[in-house]
Design a protein around this ligand. Structure first.
Ligand code: IVH
Length: 659
């Protein structure tokens, strides 16, 4: 790799990180990512003088996200070094032998669950909070969401303060059902169960999280002095009532051969497991030895991950079709000879964009390798050129939209090719489906197939016309008899009184997903205020970054969108107004820290009351804290507040101040 290639790789990796962390929608497999990352690290090691500060290898990935209170872990959460070969496992064992100056060292091998890490803090046996990994030191407090997972015990039998470590994951069956639902509603499906789990944990409404049926597998305990072996840890976790992996998925290994045997057994089982794993984790069983071994950077020396190569299959492309998205973006799709891959029959694979097709020189008729790390829509990894049939041609993006036949455009600086015709039926169908989906206006019975007919028959050309549909018009739809007509009209009518955040979702503004819509609704509280918000005001919302603020502001000033909003309101859509924020309240502009158990409210409820009154809630006490609200059994924050002389509020004082 030369310097120029290094610079390009840094840019590429920044983009991959953005897709992964911000959009929860990676476009390359973990395996490919890791390979690129290794190349990046190798170059930086060899040429430290060329290191770009923005290089993803220079920073801790995945910072805490806003929208949640951030809190510190008692013991930092590290990540694992990845290995891909048996030689690397052997190297790891040798290193451990050398450092511990001993030849006989037992290991504990476990599944590497492909989900998102969690740390559960128990004080005096009671669950206090649940934090995501965040940057390893500070994570997001997702306790309310974690409480929706029934298998997590709220109390355990131990006096010491402990942090239980584990993985939150989504089983494959739940994942598939969720994505089916999302697609029917016109929402972007999640790329894989891991992103679905991580995305679900970050939802702001715990009731929505409950519907996602998340699971936990516990694999670690920090702070319990009596536990001396990793094998014992699993045993104890089980005794406390935590879900741990099955017996067969845990191995006590005394030799390299035993580890490899376990790895092979698991790799064979992998396609039949009801959840996703991406390898195994090998840990030194003796916990006292962990401290002796220490860590290098962000990874401990007592454990490694041995990752499996992604599952792949070979098949032929019999056609390349082009899909039109909501905003007109054209996406090439490979239509495949159906093939079995990771437990499901695959007949389509996304080709992302024309650059990707050109880079891999993918042609109709090619025999290709497809891969699916649990991704809903698998991808084409490579072409087997030796099996290419004669007389094929490089594939080209059509010059006309496959649906409306108008010219396509390629905006400068963009990879995407678009159909620029806002009246394109393909776009209209996608927009309408999105508008009616559960996360937007929630119009039951208006899925993609009905949307297609409504557009095709000219009954709905812009979304607000949904509210002009009547019996006579709906009778024109195929198979629409009295009952279907009544059902659809009832749900259309019901949607007129929608929550404000879902109305915002329905507008289909790029970069506004459920969470951003909620933040906007919370801040603006009614349509009129939203339409008059300045870009700085949007940027001032905690959780909305510069790029998003700009995009939202521009979208809200698009005359077409403004007209659409006017029509929606004129046709009787009345998004529910949120009560105006109380101004001039003594809490306004003040920072609160909560500690101890409150009698009348959960922490989230108390936080909501404070926020409604213009205050904010922070996770730790500092000189900047205005009030510490103290419940029963307060923790160290109470002590710190007294030390710093911060105002202390009892629950009854707090209640008096509320109104
Ligand atoms: S041990 C320092 N054990 O893998 C030890 N991690 O790549 C860190 N993971 O952040 C964790 N299954 O989210 C451990 N049996 C297992 C695991 C596991 C999945 C995840 C975890 C961690 C990531 C590191």
């Amino acid at each position: 790799m030369n310097r120029q290639q290094y610079i390009e790789l840094v840019q590429e990796m920044i983009e991959h990180d953005r897709r992964y962390y911000d959009e929860n929608r990676p476009t390359i497999s973990d395996y490919e990512y890791d390979q690129k990352r290794l190349a990046l690290e190798a170059y930086e090691k060899a040429h430290p003088e060329h290191i770009l500060p923005a290089s993803p290898a220079q920073r801790v990935a995945e910072g805490p996200t806003s929208g949640f209170v951030q809190k510190a872990h008692l013991v930092p959460m590290m990540s694992l070094a990845n290995t891909y070969s048996e030689e690397e496992i052997a190297d790891f064992i040798k290193r451990v032998h050398k450092l511990l100056e001993k030849k006989e060292i037992p290991f504990c091998a476990e599944l590497k669950m492909d989900g998102t890490a969690i740390s559960l803090l128990y004080e005096k046996g009671k669950l206090v909070h649940a934090l995501t990994r965040g940057n390893g030191k500070i994570g997001d407090d997702v306790t309310a969401n974690i409480r929706t997972i029934k298998s997590i015990p709220l109390t355990i039998d131990i006096k010491e303060t402990v942090e239980i470590r584990g993985e939150i994951y989504m089983s494959l069956s739940v994942f598939k059902a969720l994505n089916r639902e999302r697609e029917e509603e016109g929402l972007e499906p999640f790329a894989n169960p891991r992103n679905a789990a991580a995305g679900s944990l970050k939802l702001l409404d715990p009731r929505e999280v409950a519907k996602r049926k998340l699971n936990l597998v516990a694999y670690g305990v920090e702070g319990a002095g009596s536990l001396t072996s990793q094998y014992e840890v699993h045993h104890q976790l089980k005794k406390w009532g935590f879900p741990i992996g099955s017996k067969e998925h845990l191995a006590y290994c005394e030799t390299f051969d035993e580890i490899v045997h376990f790895a092979k057994k698991i790799e064979k089982e992998r396609p039949h497991l009801p959840f996703e794993i991406d390898g195994i984790v090998i840990k030194v069983d003796d916990i006292k030895a962990h401290a002796v071994l220490g860590a290098t950077g962000k990874v401990p020396r007592f454990a490694i991950a041995y990752k499996f190569a992604p599952e792949q299959a070979h098949t032929r492309i019999h056609e390349i079709t082009v899909q039109v998205g909501r905003s007109g973006v054209l996406t090439p799709v490979a239509e495949l000879e159906p093939v079995l891959l990771a437990g499901s029959t695959i007949s389509r694979a996304t080709l992302h964009n024309q650059e990707e097709v050109a880079r891999k020189d993918i042609r109709i008729g090619d025999l290709v390798v497809i891969e699916k790390g649990g991704d809903v829509i698998p991808k084409v990894v490579s072409v087997d050129l030796s099996k290419r049939p004669p007389h094929t041609h490089p594939w080209k993006m059509p010059q006309h939209c496959p649906i409306c036949k108008s010219d396509v455009i390629h905006r400068e600086g963009e990879v995407a090719v678009r159909c620029a015709n806002p009246r394109c039926a393909g776009q209209r169908v996608k927009r309408l489906t999105y508008f009616a989906s559960k996360h937007a206006m929630d119009i039951e019975h208006l899925g993609e197939r009905v949307a297609e007919q409504l557009v095709e028959k000219g009954l709905v050309s812009r979304i607000s016309e949904v509210y002009l549909l009547d019996e006579e018009k709906l009778a024109q739809l195929e198979g629409f008899k009295e009952k279907a007509i009544r059902n659809l009209l009832t749900s259309i009518n019901a949607s007129r009184q929608c929550p404000f955040s879902r109305f915002i979702m329905g507008l289909g503004i790029k970069s506004v997903g459920t969470e951003t819509a909620e933040l906007l609704a919370e801040e603006a509280r009614d349509v009129n205020t939203l339409l008059h918000m300045k870009e700085e005001e949007l940027l001032g919302i905690n959780g909305i970054g510069e790029k998003t603020a700009k995009e939202i502001w521009e979208a809200l000033h698009d005359p077409d969108l403004r007209e659409e909003i006017r029509l929606l309101l004129a046709h009787g859509v009345t998004p529910q107004k949120l009560k105006p924020k109380l101004t001039g309240h003594p809490f306004s502009g003040k920072t609160f820290v909560l500690t101890g158990a409150l009698q009348h409210y959960s922490r989230d409820e108390a936080a909501a009351l404070i926020k409604e009154r213009g205050g904010s809630v922070s996770g730790s006490v500092s000189k900047k804290t205005d009030y510490v609200l103290v419940g029963e059994d307060p923790g160290s924050k109470y002590v710190k507040a007294k030390e710093l002389g911060v105002n202390i509020l009892s629950e009854s004082q707090f209640r008096q101040m509320l109104d």
